[in-house]
Design a protein around this ligand. Structure first.
Ligand code: CTP
Length: 417
């Protein structure tokens, strides 16, 4: 009776052929599945095979009056504990982002009040297209879980990001999302598992003035931290973003404070305490000029030869070691160019934080445009007990996955309270 139910919406892409295997994997996770096919999906997978693996009727067409009489589209989405869209095509993602409802799949998605997760699959160019990324950011903001896509060879002959995640991985992610949902018939807060949590995020570079016109800085764009702040807010957290100078707009539903220097960033962070979690994604300048000159330094003088640098305060280490208001979860980022895991593990111990999100910022990271300033990222998540290595994905997708990981952490600690 307690078995949780997944409504699996299968979009019309080549990856739809993996749907029967996905149903099997969901079953292996103890979940019951009911399948709903879009018209295009029927070209790739047979309703009959899905009916036999799921042991249930397969729903196909909005205008099938018998189905509407038996079970309307509203009931279909209400009857499930979550909706999983796999493969989520660019078209379905666009419809979801716009709230369109012109077939059974999109109508069920619009009518649902349950958690929704998508497993995108499409050609790499379609994935990278600004419209798709914009739509995904919207879905992440709406609290929709996003898993994948993975990198690899594609049916179209190209290579890159766009392959649907493996069915076993999707099934596990669905199970994890359901673990956060309240028992049936309780009011819906499932999509907002971080409601009531205050989370501090830092992002961007810091500018350390040399004189009124010059400063020391770095190449951080702030994109990863901003995406994370938005993804955490989408899961219901009360997010305070302390940002160094960036070209980005303030993220939605987030309280943003703009600062310039590392010392201002530290002050803004400590002023925010107490918080449940602190996620330090900023690329803080390690050093600053000992004295910022009040007048512009002239080239004709001694120049910058005697520019003295002093070390900046370490914000992450300060919060991790806070005597009275240490956040329950402190997460650092590590930008490394080589020997990533070893350096990240060393950083975890040295800064006494709980997790390190490590990424390869070297020019040969294999990520188009590089991690710093670029749109993609590939991260390792290290804690004292485990190391996770995630595939290369957009910074928005990393943010959504990291936000879900943080929500899982708080859900797990709550169980032990
Ligand atoms: N950090 C911080 N304050 C600083 C320097 C870094 O809060 N003054 C935080 C960053 O926000 C990040 C983490 O520490 O979460 C690691 O930053 P990184 O620059 O990689 O580490 P460093 O301690 O500077 O080590 P190194 O440059 O030697 O790799």
């Amino acid at each position: 009776m307690d078995q949780k139910r997944v409504l699996l919406i299968i979009g019309g892409g080549i990856a739809a052929y993996k749907a029967p295997e996905l149903v099997r994997q969901l079953k292996a996770q103890g979940l019951a599945t009911r399948c709903l096919l879009t018209a295009a999906a029927e070209q790739f997978v047979s309703p009959l095979s899905l009916a036999s693996v799921s042991g249930d009727k397969v729903y196909e067409n909005l205008f099938d009056l018998t189905d509407e009489a038996e079970m309307g589209h509203i009931q279909l989405s209400r009857d499930a504990d979550m909706i999983l869209v796999a493969p989520a095509t660019a078209d379905l993602i666009a419809k979801m982002a716009q709230g369109l409802a012109n077939d059974l799949a999109s109508t069920a998605l619009l009518a649902t009040d349950k958690p929704v997760m998508i497993a995108p699959a499409m050609n790499v160019r379609m994935w990278e297209h600004a419209a798709t990324q914009r739509n995904l950011a919207q879905l992440a903001e709406d609290g929709i879980g996003i898993i994948g896509p993975d990198e690899g060879d594609m049916a179209c002959g190209e290579f890159g990001l766009g392959r649907m995640s493996e069915p076993a991985e999707i099934a596990q992610a669905a199970k994890a999302m359901l673990a956060q949902t309240p028992a049936r018939d309780t009011p819906l807060t499932a999509a907002k598992p971080l409601a009531g949590r205050k989370i501090l995020v830092t992002a961007g570079p810091t500018y350390e003035p040399i004189d009124p016109v010059r400063y020391i800085a770095n190449r951080s764009s702030g994109k990863q931290g901003y995406a994370l702040a938005e993804a955490l807010a989408a899961l219901g957290a009360n997010v305070h973003l302390v940002s160094g100078p960036t070209a980005l707009n303030d993220p939605k539903n987030v309280t943003t404070k703009r600062v310039e220097t590392a010392r201002q960033m530290l002050d803004a962070c400590t002023a925010c305490l107490p918080v449940d979690a602190a996620i330090m994604a900023a690329a803080v300048a390690d050093w600053r000029p000992a004295e910022a000159q009040e007048a512009k330094i002239k080239k004709t003088k001694s120049g910058l030869d005697d520019l003295k640098l002093v070390e900046n305060p370490d914000i992450l280490a300060t919060l991790s070691g806070h005597a009275s208001q240490r956040p329950q979860l402190v997460v650092g980022f590590a930008a490394e160019t080589n020997d990533i895991e070893n350096y990240a593990r060393e950083k975890l111990a040295r800064k006494k934080c709980d997790w390190i999100v490590a990424n390869d910022v070297s020019q040969n990271s294999g990520i188009a445009g590089g991690v710093m300033g670029g749109d993609d990222n590939q991260v390792h998540i290290l804690s004292t007990t485990q190391t996770l290595q995630w595939e290369t994905m957009s910074k928005t997708a990393v943010a959504a996955k990291l936000a879900a990981h943080i929500a899982d952490y708080f859900a797990a600690t709550k169980e032990h309270e």
